[in-house]
Design a protein around this ligand. Structure first.
Ligand code: MN
Length: 284
C-alpha cells in the first residue's frame, strides 16, 4: 500500500509530542498488519475511508471506521493488529504517534475508541477536533502533553482563520485540494511548519481543501525511536526488542492470530542515538 511518511523528518523529528505521521492510500487494497508491539507512545488512527479491524493485547476488538478516533496508549508495552475488513474497499487515512513523556511512558496501556468528536462548523469551514482544543471545542481524547490535532475541511472558495495557542508549534499537511497558508501555497504531501509565537493561521482556497493541523508545546525530552519502540536510550530499545522476540508478558497477546506475529528486525550495528532537530524547517 502507498504510504507517505511525513514525520519524523530529518530536519523535524517532532511537532509538539507528535513524532510520527503516515498518510496511507487512497488505494483499493488490503491491510494486513499482524500483531506487533509498541512502547513509549500513543497511536492515533484516523481513517477517511475503509474499515479496519483493530485487536490488541488489552482485549480491545473494534472496527475502526471513518469518523471515529482510535487512540491506543502503549505505556510500558502493548501489542496490536490492524486488518482491513474488505479488500475491495478504498483505504485512506492517517496514522500518527504521540511520544509519551517520562511521567507516564512506563505506565499502563490503554485503548480509547471515540465515536463522537467535537466539530466546529464556521461558514465553509468544518473542523473536527481529534485531540486538544480548537475554537472552544475540546476532544475527549486523553493525551499527556499539551497537544492539538484537527482535521480541517474547507468546502468553498474563501479565506479562513483559525486561532492558535502561541506556546505551541504547529504543522499543516494538505491531504487534498488547494490551499495557501499565510500567503504561501502548500502542495499536497509535505508538512508546513509554523513555529511558536503565532496567534492564528490563515488559509485561502479556490476549490476547497482537506487538511490536517497538528501542534503542541515543543517536546523537550530526547527520543530514541526504532521500529515500533520509543525509548530514551539504546539499551531500553534493545530490551524492548528482546522482550518482543521472547514473547515477554510485557506485550501481552493479541487474540485471533494464533502464533502469527511480526518479528522484530535486527538492531543496526550502531548505537541508537536520540533524534535531534538540526534546523527549523519552514517559516516562522
Ligand atoms: Mn502499530
Amino acid at each position: 500500500m502507498m504510504v507517505r511518511r511525513t514525520l519524523p523528518h530529518r530536519e523535524l523529528p517532532t511537532v509538539g509530542a507528535w513524532c510520527f505521521l503516515d498518510h496511507f492510500g487512497p488505494e483499493r487494497t488490503a491491510m494486513n498488519v499482524l500483531p506487533h508491539p509498541h512502547t513509549g507512545l500513543q497511536t492515533v488512527t484516523w481513517p477517511f475511508s475503509g474499515d479496519i479491524h483493530h485487536r490488541d493485547s488489552l482485549g480491545s476488538d473494534v472496527i475502526v471506521q471513518p469518523g471515529a478516533l482510535n487512540l491506543m496508549t502503549s505505556g510500558h508495552g502493548v501489542a496490536h493488529s490492524e486488518v482491513s475488513i474488505d479488500k475491495s474497499q478504498m483505504l485512506h487515512g492517517l496514522q500518527l504517534w504521540v511520544a509519551l513523556p517520562d511521567s507516564v511512558r512506563d505506565g499502563p496501556a490503554d485503548f480509547q475508541h471515540i465515536a463522537e468528536l467535537p466539530v466546529v462548523a464556521n461558514g465553509g469551514m468544518h473542523a473536527t477536533v481529534l485531540v486538544g482544543d480548537l475554537l472552544g471545542q475540546h476532544s475527549p481524547a486523553v493525551t499527556h502533553t499539551p497537544l492539538l490535532g484537527a482535521e480541517v475541511r474547507l468546502a468553498q472558495q474563501g479565506t479562513y482563520e483559525i486561532p492558535l495557542a502561541e506556546s505551541f508549534e504547529h504543522a499543516l499537511m494538505l491531504i487534498e485540494g488547494d490551499v495557501t497558508v499565510t500567503g504561501q501555497p502548500l502542495a499536497a504531501g509535505p508538512l508546513r511548519y509554523l513555529a511558536e509565537g503565532r496567534s492564528s493561521v490563515e488559509f485561502t482556497t479556490t476549490n476547497g481543501a482537506h487538511l490536517l493541523l497538528i501542534g503542541g508545546e515543543p517536546f523537550e525530552e530526547e527520543l530514541v525511536m526504532w521500529w515500533n519502540f520509543i525509548g530514551r536510550t539504546h539499551e531500553e530499545i534493545a530490551l524492548a526488542r528482546s522482550g518482543w522476540e521472547n514473547a515477554d508478558v510485557r506485550f501481552g497477546h493479541v487474540l485471533g492470530h494464533g502464533d502469527e506475529r511480526i518479528p522484530a528486525p535486527a538492531l543496526p550495528g550502531v548505537h541508537l542515538k536520540p533524534r535531534r532537530r538540526v534546523s527549523q524547517s519552514g517559516e516562522r
